[in-house]
Write a protein that binds this ligand. Structure first.
Ligand code: PLP
Length: 378
């Protein structure tokens, strides 16, 4: 396939293919093997495999990265990155972050003599508290929960003046490469859970790390090889297949989410709808996950609301073709202690909605009957 640098990244990612010169399939098959002959460009599937290489090449185009390193899950991508820290290093993490990520940072810091500081990097006051010495900063933007914005460029510029400069790591799972490219904004590492929008079908797990620095990429690849954190060929193949419709699905998530955000704002049962700031520079667009706060007198009625919904699944997970409802208190942030949840601003009235690809009118009708059920007088 002839590559044209002027084509849109989405088009180039769609056509990106490993060298299948002998068999010339229109879609790359699954290379379900562990080892390769000595004269193969591949070596051993724990190091690389045609399916992971093809996925990584396509993802690199979308992330606008020189290198992508695929991993078994989003958590293993985070764990690989943490392994760059050394005892005594200072790790700063943003206050609003996925619950399991928070627990991983805490445990990793505790077991490895890493100094951990939690700051609200979405505010100038929080950024002013950045310690004098920082080795790594990890953040999500828009944040989970509340969809706050952490200004990547501003933070990266600020940290570049530190000596040695800190490594800025952005978890890009929610914005996705379709709407946000952290490396172009000065981040050193953009990583994501591919289990979410990239899979898009709630049927495969994966993660990846995108970087521009050649030495950093090589070091991460080595760590992945020695720890066995590489994505397996079948999952890589499934994710590569999902990647073909990923941009299209994201655009539909935007359309559905915009309509549903407007709808939620009309409901008297809803005290507040949290939406991200789409500035067109850092974040070009956004869809499918929103949070809303139940009216104070309805906070204890989450189970009744979720139970009345017909189109929203209550399982763990999100960013799929089917809509989902969750209460962060008992879901994404369940592993936090009550004081930790409260420090993050969580309460039982915060509800997360992930809009799938159902028709927006059907989702609205479903939400309407569930909201109505909350206020029916017995
Ligand atoms: N990062 C974010 C923002 C997430 O929401 C999640 C999971 O929900 C992860 C990382 C972890 O991804 P995985 O479940 O693929 O390990």
């Amino acid at each position: 396939m002839r590559e044209d640098q002027h084509q849109h990244p989405e088009t180039r990612a769609l056509h990106f293919r490993i060298d299948n010169a002998q068999t010339r399939p229109v879609a790359t098959p699954i290379y379900q093997n562990s080892a390769f002959s000595a004269d193969s460009p591949y070596f051993y599937t724990r190091k690389s495999n045609p399916n992971s290489v093809e996925l990584e090449g396509a993802l690199a185009l979308l992330e606008k990265a020189r290198h992508v390193i695929s991993t078994t899950t989003g958590m293993s991508a985070l764990a690989l990155v943490l392994q760059r820290l050394r005892p005594g290093d200072q790790l700063v993490v943003n206050k609003h972050i996925y619950g399991c990520s928070y627990k991983l940072f805490q445990r990793y810091a505790e077991h490895n003599q890493i100094r951990l500081t939690v700051l609200d990097l979405s505010t100038a006051a929080g950024r002013a508290e950045l310690p004098a010495e920082v080795s790594m900063v990890i953040l999500e933007t828009p944040t989970n929960p509340f969809l706050k914005t952490v200004p990547i460029r501003m933070l990266a510029d600020r940290l570049a003046t530190k000596s040695p400069p800190a490594c800025v790591v952005v978890d890009n799972t929610w914005a996705t490469a379709i709407f946000q490219n952290p490396l172009e904004l000065g981040a050193h590492i953009s990583l994501a859970s591919a289990t979410k929008y990239i899979s898009g079908h709630s049927d495969v797990m994966g993660g990846f790390i995108a970087v521009n620095d050649d030495a950093l990429a090589e070091s991460l690849r080595q760590t992945r090889f020695y720890t066995g954190a590489i994505l397996d060929p079948h999952s890589a193949w499934l994710l590569r297949r999902s990647l073909h419709t990923f941009p299209l699905r994201m655009r539909e998530h935007v359309r559905v989410t915009r309509l549903l955000a407007g709808y939620l704002a009309t409901r008297t049962e809803v005290a507040h709808v949290y939406q991200p700031e789409i500035d067109g520079v850092q974040l070009r667009d956004y869809g499918g996950i929103l949070f809303f706060q139940l009216r104070p007198d309805l906070i204890g009625r989450y189970a009744a609301f979720a139970g009345a919904l017909g189109l929203f699944d209550t399982g763990t997970g999100m960013a799929s073709v089917g809509s989902m409802v969750a209460q962060p208190w008992q879901g994404s942030h369940a592993s936090l202690t009550t004081p930790e949840k409260e420090a993050m601003g969580l309460d039982r009235g915060l509800v997360r909605l992930c809009f799938g690809l159902e028709q927006p009118e059907d989702l609205m009708a479903d939400l309407s009957q569930a909201f109505d059920a909350l206020t029916v007088k017995n």
